[in-house]
Write a protein that binds this ligand. Structure first.
Ligand code: ATP
Ligand code: MG
Length: 569
């Protein structure tokens, strides 16, 4: 099964929502005979998990109906768009498990046709060149409670408009000197209908068309017409475009377009402790608050990938949310729950000690070692087992020892016996300290009769610890990530940056990991027993692995659900 097959739900499990109802009805009533959707990113940043909602919806609906979904770059603003973003977007959509086949398009593919259609509008007296500045246009536009006023240039004749528009294209005017506007209704209750701008002058090179153009169409003008050219049947977008729909329809109605697409809107994805606006994410990158677009704390698809989140978990997550028109913020704990659910099933288990404390087993023969059988994934018998070396010196987690333990601490303490997973029961007999009184090493004994971690006499120990053999362990650096924003609603008090979580990254420099992990494949997330899920960072070098913590094992969503506090899916 390829990744993209995996992303297509079978008809029985296909989700239901109001957009799918429309699709079903349109097919049943013969309004359309096949379904064509598109995912239309603007290449001015990397894709984030909000985009994943749109991708899963658009590709999902098309696949369920046996139709197709296009990838179309909405590349109408060369000032902010870059080839780097185009490449990253393609890679991310593929990684998420979707395939547009031959249907890769760009709004810029249609610049010539869009231009001809603009002349068509001018010829029909439905568009005019305006000399007002951007600021004046805003002023004239009015407000929600006040109608707009007509521009003094609104009633220019067709010939003059055509001449000026052609000269705009020819590069005669500086940026911002003139625009082309649709002539609709300055008194409309919908501000989008008050003579919206269709073209602006921008003397900027475009990643695809180079210097061929110095006027560029606006989103509103380019989008619906691109949909029509491609034969898109259902143009799905987020709710902020609801008020643009009358304009979308007006342009389709007034242009000789080859098809009649329709726009439907659904609510955006918002997540607690997260920002999902490209403007904000761009700021985080540009100002160095994170280590690039793919920083594992970023909600970008490339960040989630680098963090070790499987694409299937993202599809599970957005699938569970459903498609509605209600706005809200989804608990990030639900995303994390979906990630854990997947990884619990799929991730191999290994042992790693993040903050090592050496335990020397004094009755274990010096210079010897043996191999212990360890289960790779208790949830997946097919994952098999492996052999882990054990010897006289092992590292255990510093946190798993207390010299003077309180009542509820059941792990290692002087005189106490615990189980080393897959190995032996061991007892701490002595504590070695440095001059400042810090514990630097433990001494102990093992019980040779408990090989594999089982006591033949059935005696119980209250704790099972993970460990690695000191003689065999590999060194690793480990990055422990937490939410990038400390509060659930970043920026609610006005300053998003003030809400950055100062502890969102803690780096551990001297972790000890099981042999075999020094060269674990990037992209393959595993569980460090009792610690969480981790994956190698692409910065890993042979013999110098760096692991990113994908997630701890603590499932706050399951806890909220048990308490009946999730209120959502
Ligand atoms: P942002 O608002 O984050 O800057 P955008 O909407 O400008 O994003 P586009 O590249 O234009 O980004 O988005 C491509 C598609 O993804 C659009 O159809 C848009 O509606 C959809 N999309 C963007 N953000 C979200 C989100 N948070 N939830 C669902 N869909 C989204
Ligand atoms: Mg947009």
């Amino acid at each position: 099964m390829t990744q993209s097959d995996a992303a297509v739900p079978s008809p029985e499990s296909a989700p239901r929502d109001f957009i799918r109802e429309v699709v079903r009805r349109d097919l049943a009533e013969g309004r359309v005979d096949s379904i064509v959707t598109r995912f239309p990113p603007e290449p001015n940043g990397y894709l984030h998990i909000g985009h994943a909602k749109s991708i899963v919806l658009n590709f999902g609906i098309a696949a369920e109906a046996g139709g197709r979904c296009h990838l179309r770059f909405d590349d109408t603003n060369p000032v902010k768009e870059e080839q780097e973003f185009i490449d990253a977007i393609e890679a991310d959509v593929r990684w998420l498990g979707f395939d547009w086949g031959d249907h890769l398009y760009h709004a810029s593919d249609y610049f010539e046709r869009l231009y001809d259609w603009a002349e068509h509008l001018i010829g029909a007296g439905k568009a005019y060149v305006d000399d007002l500045s951007a600021e004046e246009i805003r002023e004239y536009r009015g407000t929600l409670t006040e109608p707009g006023r007509p521009s003094p240039y609104r009633d220019r004749g067709v010939e003059e408009n055509l001449d000026l528009f052609r000269r705009m294209r020819a590069g005669e005017f500086a940026d911002g000197k003139r625009v082309l506007r649709a002539k609709i209704d300055m008194a409309s209750g919908n501000i989008n209908m008050r003579d919206p701008v269709l073209y602006r002058i921008l003397h900027a090179a475009h990643p695809r068309t180079g210097d061929a153009w110095c006027i560029y169409p606006t989103y509103d003008y380019a989008h619906g017409q691109s949909d029509a050219i491609e034969g898109i049947t259902h143009s799905l977008c987020t709710l902020e475009f609801e008020d643009h729909r009358p304009l979308y329809d007006w342009l389709i109605d007034n242009l000789p377009v080859p098809a009649r697409p329709r726009q439907y809107e659904f609510s955006r994805l918002n997540i607690t402790h997260t920002v999902l606006s490209k403007r904000r994410l761009t700021q985080l990158v540009a100002e160095g608050h994170v280590d690039g677009w793919d920083d594992p704390r970023m909600p970008t698809l490339s960040g989630l990938r680098r963090r070790g989140v499987p694409p299937a978990a993202i599809r599970d997550f957005v699938g569970r949310l459903g498609i509605t028109k209600s706005e809200g913020r989804v608990e990030v704990a639900l995303l994390e729950h979906c990630v854990r659910e997947r990884l619990n099933r799929e991730a191999q288990r290994r042992m790693a000690v993040l903050r090592p404390l050496k335990l020397v087993l004094e009755n274990y023969p010096e210079g010897e070692s043996e191999e212990m059988e360890a289960v790779n994934n208790p949830e997946d018998p097919a994952a098999g087992s492996r052999r882990v070396p054990f010897g006289r010196e092992v590292y255990i987690e510093r946190d798993d020892f207390m010299e003077d333990p309180p009542k509820k601490f059941f792990r290692l303490a002087p005189g106490r016996e615990v189980r080393l997973r897959y190995a032996y029961l061991v007892t701490c007999t002595d504590v070695v300290k440095d001059a400042d009184g810090h514990v630097v090493e433990l001494r102990g004994t093992y019980d040779p009769a408990t090989r594999g971690g089982n006591a033949p006499d059935g005696r119980k120990v209250k704790a099972t610890l993970h460990w690695v053999s000191a003689a065999h362990a590999a060194d690793a650096r480990v990055r422990l990530y937490d939410h990038l924003f400390a509060r659930p609603d970043p920026g609610a008090d006005g300053d998003v940056l003030a809400d950055l979580n100062p502890d969102s990254l803690v780096e551990v420099g001297d972790a000890k990991v099981e042999p075999g992990l020094e060269a674990w494949p990037v992209g393959e997330t595993l569980q460090f027993e009792r610690q969480g899920y981790f994956c190698p960072d692409p910065e890993s070098r042979p013999g110098a692995p760096v692991f990113n913590r994908t997630m701890t094992l603590r499932d706050t969503w399951a806890r909220l659900q048990a308490k009946g506090q999730t209120g959502g899916p």
